[in-house]
Each structure stands twice: as C-alpha cells, then as structure tokens.
Design a protein around this ligand. Structure first.
Ligand code: GDP
Length: 195
C-alpha cells in the first residue's frame, strides 16, 4: 500500500501538540457522516484505524496517522454536526484555521463530498477557508455506489460549478466508494505521488 506500515501517531487538540513538520502531509476533511472514516480505513487497508467520532460534545481531535516513514495522513474532525455545542465548534474552528494556515508541510487537503448531496453551504465555508489559507484542495466524492450514472453526472457537474470560484481547488475530482473499492487505488496513488 504505502512504503511501510500505517500507524496511529496521536490525537492533537492544540497547535502545540502537532508532531514535528518533517514530512509530507495530507489531510481529510468532510461533513459528519460523509464516509471519512470508511475512506481512511479503505485507503490504509485497516478496518478500524479511523473511527467515526461525531458524538456531540466529544473532544475534537486532529488525528495523525503515519504512512510508513515518509508521510502523515491527517484526519480532521467532521464538521456540520447540527447539535455540536457552540463553544466546541468555535474552539475547533480556531484550531482548524491555525492548522491550515500554519502547517508548512501540508501538501493537499482532500475534501470529502457525499456524491448524493454535492457541495453544500457548510462545505463551501471550508473551501473558502482553504482558499484563504492557500492550501490546495482536491474534492473526493464518496458513496458513489449509492447512486446511478445520471445522478453521478449531475453531482459532478454541480461540484465542478461550485469549484470554479475557488482558486485553491485542484481541478481533478476523485470518485470513490469505500464499499465497492472504487477510486481507492487512484487516491492512494495521488497521496503517494505528492512530494
Ligand atoms: P464519517 O462520519 O465521515 O467518518 O463517516 P463513516 O465512515 O462513519 O460513514 C458514515 C456512514 O456511511 C456509515 O454507515 C458507513 O457505513 C456509510 N458509508 C461510508 N462509506 C460508504 C460507501 O462508500 N458506500 C456506502 N454505501 N456507504 C458508505
């Protein structure tokens, strides 16, 4: 899969807890329930590496995984959870802003979008933050197995339209299904190819 074993490094709750910025890093962001944990598990070939962590009030951690010795994969907490307490959302947003603006080794953010829903307002907020932080982001469509071909084309068109106004967007979309394995090899190769 990747050069070396995939391991959990640590959960980070403040900038001071970040591991040394000594290797290429990618992060994953997406709305709660978008399929982020399933995708990370499919990518790493580990069934229980990432766990859905969307319980309201739960500490929002940035989870670091090492992909061999050369890369970090970073799991950002799911956003858009309607019942999350305001204070926790504010704390999380502050950490997210600091992380995106300040992490020099962050090469790309993968923003997960449910293929049934397309880009929603809450996603657009994250995309705007990535623009402002000058972090190149690439949209990964999830749960492709849940819709038919016509619906797929409709979502792809909607997402391409939404991305047109985001300067930090990487133009190529990745269509995935963690359930069926679609797009997993492609996404792995993209991550492995980032220098
Ligand atoms: P997270 O909250 O973003 O980490 O989302 P999860 O990975 O926990 O997935 C949320 C729900 O969507 C779970 O019930 C998963 O089984 C389901 N799910 C995730 N990925 C897929 C997929 O590719 N296809 C289908 N059909 N269901 C998926």
């Amino acid at each position: 899969l990747f050069a070396g074993p995939v391991t959990f490094v640590k959960g980070v709750v403040a900038m001071s807890g970040l591991p040394p910025a000594d290797r290429v890093e990618v992060c994953f962001a997406g709305r709660s329930n978008v399929g982020k944990s399933s995708l990370i598990n499919a990518l790493t070939g580990r069934k229980t590496l990432a766990r859905a962590s969307n319980t309201p009030g739960r500490t929002q951690e940035i989870n670091y995984f090492a992909l061999g010795e050369e890369r970090y994969m970073v799991d950002l907490p799911g956003y858009g959870y309607a019942e999350a307490p305001v204070a926790i959302v504010a704390k999380w947003q502050a950490l997210l802003k600091s992380y995106l603006a300040g992490r020099q080794t962050l090469r790309r953010a993968f923003v997960l979008i449910d293929m049934r829903h397309g880009v929603k307002a809450v996603d657009a907020e994250i995309l705007a933050l990535l623009d402002r932080s000058a972090v190149t982001f690439q949209v990964v469509l999830t749960k492709a197995d849940k819709i038919n071909r016509a619906e797929r084309e409709a979502t792809l068109a909607q997402v391409r339209g939404a991305l047109a106004k985001h300067p930090a967007a990487y133009p190529e979309l990745v269509v995935t299904s963690s359930e069926k394995g679609e797009g997993i090899v492609t996404l792995r190769a993209i991550i492995a190819g980032l220098e």
